[in-house]
Each structure stands twice: as C-alpha cells, then as structure tokens.
Design a protein around this ligand. Structure first.
Ligand code: APR
Length: 229
C-alpha cells in the first residue's frame, strides 16, 4: 500500500513556527511581495536576508513536534511511504523522515547568484548579511522557491507521480491555496486514492476528502493512524 503525505506550514505550528495565512500568520505581518520574490531580493537583498536570517534562527531553535515524529515512525512501519512538503524548515528530516520531497526548497540551502554553487549553511545567525559565496565572492540567495519562480522540476515530477500512484493521500496543515502543490490532493483523488485531510480549519480540499479531521496535526494523526496500518 502506497501512502503519500502532503504537508504545509500547519504541521510545524506546534513547533512554534508561524504559518503564513493563519490569524497570526507571516503574511499578515509582512508583505510577501517585499520578502519572497526575486524582484524583492534584487531590490533589497539585505532586507530579504534579514527576514530569512530571523526565520532561520527561529527554526534552529525549534524542534520537530509529535506530528513530525509520527510521520517518521509511519515511514518505518509502512514500506511505501513518502512525505511531500511545502515547508522549508527541514523538520521532517530532523524528525527522522528519510523519504521527503521538498517542493519549495530548504531554508538551510544557500545558492550563489553568480556562480550557481549551492550548499547547506546552518549558521544562525549568519555572520554577514547578505552572505557572500566563498568560491567567487558573489551574492548568495536562500535556496527556497519564491513567488513567481518555478519549483525544482525533479521534485515536482516525483510529487505528481507519487500522487497518481498513492492508495492513501494525506493532506496535513496546508491551506491548499498555492499551486502547483495544491493540485496534488486532487490528482491523488482523481487517480483513485483515499483522501484524508487533517486541519483545524476547512480548506478547498475538504469537500473532496473521504475523511476530514478538524484537529491539529498531532491529534489528527493519532486519530487516523489506524486507517493506515
Ligand atoms: N495542525 C494542523 N494544521 C494547522 C495547525 C496545526 N496545529 N495550525 C494551523 N494549521 C493549518 C491552518 O488552518 C492552515 O490551513 O495550517 C494551514 C497553514 O496554511 P498556510 O499558512 O497557507 O501554509 P501553507 O498552506 O503551507 O502555504 C503554502 O505558501 O507562502 C507560501 O511557500 C509558502 O509553502 C508555503 C505555501
């Protein structure tokens, strides 16, 4: 049985990491067009890096929560199990999940805008803002996908394939507003998967879900795990 899980910012809420669109979400306090687009970075790389450095420090202090750990445990119990995440915090991997597809990149990755070298840089806070490439001195950018940018093609193709093959597709902690990630639950459902949603609030996925649990990620997962084993 193939189980695929699409996660969003809501699964990291219980780790103390703010979501984007909730009542105290990041996009309520900050304008994404000033912080999360290539144009914003081109205009003011220092401002964009100050914001990402703040998020990196927050994430460095955060710990995977029970929901992340439950998914890592399920990967061990269910042979064919994948996490497809929109999150860039790396908490699934820190919880022990091995099979993780990162659709929107990873906040610990940095990429040189001049020579293109990409590497992980876990320093929080960064010693210099904006950080420079060690090989060529060029300006580094966060290794995440910004609005208006295309997703890493290999991750996206793998995520589409997994959604078409899934027997059970879980959607946890996403408002399902941002495409192409938001397409995946519908692809899974239309390909015959059983669709299970876990979210304290309703989303555009809710009407199509076979089971929709109005709970937090950890509480909801504990409730539906018997459906998976
Ligand atoms: N457990 C489960 N879900 C939760 C919890 C929780 N404890 N707390 C909040 N949620 C739900 C909210 O109800 C909401 O539906 O998590 C969802 C978070 O939605 P968003 O903030 O829109 O986050 P996400 O769906 O991941 O955003 C997608 O948008 O800004 C871009 O690139 C960014 O990856 C992000 C993408």
């Amino acid at each position: 049985m193939k189980v695929v899980v699409l996660t969003g910012a809501g699964i990291s809420a219980e780790s103390g990491i703010p979501t984007f669109r909730g009542k105290d979400g990041l996009w309520k306090k900050h304008d994404p067009m000033k912080l999360a687009t290539p144009e914003a970075f081109g205009k003011n790389p220092k401002l964009v890096w100050e914001w990402y450095d703040w998020r990196r420090q927050l994430i460095a202090k955060a710990k995977p929560n029970e929901a992340h750990l439950l998914l890592a445990d399920l990967e061990k119990k269910i042979g064919d199990f994948w996490v497809v995440t929109q999150n860039v915090d790396g908490l699934h991997q820190r919880a022990g999940s091995k099979k993780v597809i990162e659709l929107h990149g990873n906040i610990w990755k940095v990429r040189c805008t001049s020579c293109g070298v990409e590497d992980y840089d876990y320093r929080a806070p960064l010693p210099e803002i904006p950080p420079k490439c060690e090989s060529c001195g060029g300006l580094l950018r966060p290794g995440v996908v910004w609005f208006g940018e295309s997703l890493p093609i290999d991750a996206l193709q793998k995520a589409f394939a997994l959604s078409q093959e899934a027997d059970i597709f879980l959607v946890i902690g996403t408002s399902a507003q941002v495409y192409p990630a938001a397409e995946l639950p519908f692809i899974a459902k239309n390909s015959g998967a059983k669709l299970i949603e876990i979210n304290p609030e309703e989303t555009p996925v809710t009407p199509y879900a076979d089971i929709s649990v109005r709970k937090t990620a950890s509480e909801g997962l504990k409730e539906i795990i018997p459906e998976l084993l």
